[in-house]
Write a protein that binds this ligand. Structure first.
Ligand code: FAD
Length: 450
């Protein structure tokens, strides 16, 4: 592993000080749930026909596949990578009612009724993960551990309390304010100016969750084809001809669930999602006492910035996971390991000297209106643009997509609108993301000064 010199210290020394001997640039979750090779990728082995072709084998596509196959349809899922190699097994495993637009913002711009409907559906998605995991008996460390949101300044704390109170009044969602003097009861940090705990938010082991979904889909008869890229979808007398790198399939229904990995071949969809790189580190195994000290309640932790830092304990080992610097232009997490590690130690000084065992990156998808979208274009179903909250929304939209195809009643979403905005000349190359992140940083600093 080649590590660049840092602050005058040569690369080899940086490597020894920062990386544990078992360090790998790979998602921590893959230790328990490696992406899966399905031995059916050679050209010619795709079936000629299927009732449904799903493009993208992440959470959304796999949940939709389970419901459709159980209703008796012949379902084929295609993915250009190994199954589970996308964000589904790379994310942080936070489960919340996350949306970049607050109840206050939505009320101001679209009315209170719409704001309440949006957050009711997010709440339904949050609870949907819990009930799905329970009903399907998926062993994935799902827990309602509560989330601590740390305020990055006094002004951020005022904004956080206003938001949470408005949401409580509109929807009844509970929260507790953590005064600055009490922050250390939540996290061993002097970094925050108070904060709040939202007790009903949860966490999951995303690798085991997705593996559980794939197992259940296979048991229901779904056929997965990895390393198979969909290049074009063409209408063909009431059906669709799906052209792939491994041949062609004709299907009655096609569903696009490619989120932050949407390839340029899927032109209409690629023009509407903005891929953002996310970065996460996992520490080496730590003494249990140290975790008890720094994260005594073992919640999930994030802050009030637009460009958040996030922390959680691993559910299945004594490590701590840390993420941030979202949107930085880097294909690899390695160049960001040192600045992220420094940020982690800045927040949790007790972790000074702790080494890293994993670092990885993955793509989430933003949208131009900061909202997730579900709908149909040219008779092809899609669900995309989760804006960093794809575990609950992906699970929920997967169910709705299946209900639509099965013509069941429960298929409506407040996120289905006629408008899925794009931008002139945007073709899926998000050259402006680093600039947008710098704007968010400036915006956070400006609020902090208020
Ligand atoms: C670092 C990081 C941290 C995150 N943390 C959280 C979190 O804590 N909580 C949360 O709720 N969400 C989080 N997310 C977001 C969440 O992981 C995603 O929103 C969700 O997994 C994406 O949806 P998906 O699982 O349906 O698709 P993905 O798992 O992203 O899969 C999409 C698949 O589509 C395939 N594909 C693309 N184009 C084609 C094509 N033309 N042909 C065939 N296949 C194609 C790709 O290969 C990919 O495997 C995070 C994301 C990242 C990257």
């Amino acid at each position: 592993m080649n590590v660049p010199a840092l602050n005058g210290i040569d690369g080899e020394q940086v490597r020894r000080n920062m990386f544990a001997p078992d360090f790998r640039e790979e998602p921590y979750w893959w230790m328990a749930a490696m992406p899966e090779e399905f031995d059916n990728t050679s050209a010619g082995c795709l079936p000629a026909n299927a009732d449904v072709v799903i493009v993208g084998a992440g959470i959304t596509g796999t949940v939709a596949a389970i419901h459709l196959a159980r209703a008796g349809l012949d379902v084929v899922v295609l993915d250009s990578q190994r199954i589970g190699e996308g964000a589904a097994r790379r994310n942080a495993g936070f489960i919340g009612r996350t949306l970049k637009r607050s109840v206050g913002w939505l009320t101001k711009h679209a009315g209170r009724e719409h704001a309440v409907a949006v957050y009711r559906e997010l709440d339904r998605a949050l609870k949907g993960v819990e009930s799905f995991v329970r009903e399907e008996v998926i062993d994935c460390f799902h827990t309602s551990c509560g989330r601590f949101v740390g305020a990055n300044s006094e002004a951020h704390l005022r904004g956080l309390v206003d938001d949470l109170e408005e949401t409580r009044q509109a929807l009844g969602f509970d929260y507790q304010i953590i005064q600055p003097d009490d922050v250390r009861s939540e996290i061993a940090s002097d970094h925050y100016h108070g904060g709040a705990v939202i007790p009903d938010l949860g966490s999951i082991h995303p690798g085991l969750y997705h593996k559980g979904l794939v197992d259940r889909a296979e048991n229901a008869g779904v056929r997965f084809y990895g390393r198979t890229t969909v290049n074009a979808i063409n209408p063909q007398s009431g059906t669709h001809s799906v052209r792939t790198s491994a041949g062609q399939v004709v299907a009655k229904h096609v569903v696009i669930t490619t989120n932050g990995y949407t390839s340029p071949d899927l032109k209409w969809h690629a023009r509407r999602v903005i891929p953002f790189s996310g970065f996460i580190l996992a520490t080496e195994e730590l003494p249990k006492d140290l975790i008890d000290k720094v994260l005594p309640k073992r919640r999930t932790y994030l802050d009030t910035k637009m460009n958040i830092d996030f922390i959680r304990p691993a559910p299945d080992s004594s490590r701590i996971l840390f993420g941030g610097m979202t949107g930085t232009k880097s294909r690899s997490a390695l160049p960001l390991a040192a600045p992220l590690h420094a940020r982690l130690v800045d927040i949790l000084p007790d972790l000074k000297g702790v080494r890293l065992s994993r670092a990885w990156t993955g793509f989430c998808a933003g949208t131009f209106d900061f909202m997730p979208h579900i709908g149909r274009n040219a008779n092809v179903h899609f669900a995309l643009g989760y804006n960093f909250a794809g575990i609950p929304i992906g699970t929920h939209f997967g169910t709705l997509l299946a209900n639509r195809i099965l013509e069941r009643d429960d298929a409506k979403s407040v996120f289905e609108t006629d408008r899925f905005p794009t931008f002139p000349f945007y073709r899926g190359n998000p050259w402006f993301v680093p600039m947008a992140m710098r704007y968010f940083d400036w915006h956070d600093r400006r609020i902090a000064r208020e």
